[in-house]
Design a protein around this ligand. Structure first.
Ligand SMILES: [Fe+2]
Length: 392
């Protein structure tokens, strides 16, 4: 049996889509719990349109801002306690993938108080008990993860230095409402615009070539890829352009639908592994790794044909060249080396060399590897991980 689900109940998009919060959330208790990564959105004045709309709709709200850029279960647990005390009937994930994934995870534990550990929910499951206490609305501020329409959440376990994926097989974790309002991404920094944008492009490409690709994932993958290639350079160069921002939000949303209805591949496996081990941001790790994996896969005839189809869609002769050109245009580095060295305050590559084997092992076991159309050999895994670190 196959199953496709392209989103929750409804997606509001475009100028002032946030107004939907005052009129479109069916609610008896009128209590909204907003999950965010820090106070930056509040400081930028971006929380106010959200709370204004909620108040106009008669909501009492509370915010929880203790989520890191890379959501950890440690901070999520604090949020679950705050949520239990506040007793919301709407949970609002407001921010990038981390805020939305944290909101999804808190929601699961809020609805299922009998579970308390990440390991109990981290594997494909069917969460029967959801929406008994609250519904979920997600408002993305970056255009990358598409988490507002996906059926999964990625959470970091700091003790195990590993990222866990929580998935509901039947798509019950897909937020009920998604709001794509360009006003929230106008101030996104350039580096985040480029890395999250290429993350969306990676979702489109990996889902299109994955082992489970199907017409329901191909449609949004193609539409999302085309939009992202067209509008990412403008969104990067001129962040205040509301049209480019809106189109990028839609592109990421479509690419999210695509991979939610198929699988990803080893770009994501390697990115998850580097993220868990060295804290490389998800989008950046994907953007750096993507060209190396396209190059690796293109020797396979079937995958190569799929790449040709996507290149045609972009009016190009080579998907690899198109991706490389776009990466250069939006200043994506060739390897993760500089980022990791800077983060570790190291002047050599000792830490990477020491952990290279672990990165490979974690990538092999990553859930995204299931979608890879061609599985690398042990030697190739190591080669690819080294390329992602050192670049070429
Ligand atoms: Fe991603």
């Amino acid at each position: 049996m196959n199953l496709a689900k392209l989103g929750g109940d409804i997606i509001f998009f475009g100028e002032d889509a946030v107004g939907a919060l005052s009129t479109e959330l069916a609610s008896t208790k009128k209590r909204a719990f907003i999950v965010m990564t820090g106070n930056i959105l509040d400081e930028l004045g971006l929380l106010k349109p959200v709370t204004d709309a909620l108040e106009k709709g008669g909501f009492t709200w509370e915010k929880f801002t203790d989520i890191e850029e890379d959501a950890t279960f440690t901070s999520i647990k604090k949020g679950i306690e705050a949520m239990k005390k506040f007793e919301p009937d709407w949970i609002i994930g407001f921010g990038g993938g981390s805020a939305m994934d944290a909101a999804k995870t808190m929601w699961i534990f809020y609805e299922n108080p009998e579970v308390s550990e990440l390991a109990e929910v981290a594997a494909p499951k069917t969460f029967a008990k959801l929406r008994e206490k609250a519904k979920l609305c997600c408002i993305p501020t970056s255009a990358g993860t598409g988490s507002e329409v996906t059926r999964l959440a990625v959470v970091k376990d700091v003790d195990k230095l590993q990222k866990f994926v929580i998935v509901c097989r039947k798509g019950r974790m897909i937020p009920d409402v998604a709001i794509l309002d360009p006003q929230f991404s106008l101030t996104m920094p350039k580096g985040l615009t480029s890395s999250t944008g290429i993350d969306a492009i990676t979702h489109a490409i990996e889902s299109y070539t994955s082992t489970t690709t199907n017409p329901y994932s191909e449609g949004p993958a193609m539409a999302g890829l085309k939009l992202a290639f067209e509008y990412l350079p403008t969104a990067y160069e001129n962040g205040k352009d509301p049209v480019a921002r809106e189109k990028m939000l839609i592109a990421a949303n479509l690419a999210g639908m695509a991979f939610a209805n198929s699988l990803l591949g080893i770009v994501h496996s390697i990115a998850h592994s580097f993220g868990g081990e060295f804290g490389v941001p998800h989008g950046l790790a994907n953007a750096i790794t993507l060209p190396y994996i396209i190059e690796f896969h293109k020797s396979d005839e079937k995958v190569s044909e799929r790449y040709r189809q996507l290149a045609n869609l972009l009016g190009s002769n080579s998907l690899l060249e198109s991706v490389k050109t776009l990466n250069d245009k939006v200043d994506i580095p060739k390897g993760m080396k500089d980022f990791i060295r800077k983060r570790l305050k190291a002047d050599n590559d000792e830490a990477f060399e020491k952990h290279c084997g672990t990165i490979v092992e974690k990538a092999k076991k990553d859930i995204a590897t299931l979608g890879a159309p061609v599985k690398p050999t042990d030697e190739q895994w190591e080669e690819l991980v080294k390329l992602a670190y050192y670049g070429k």
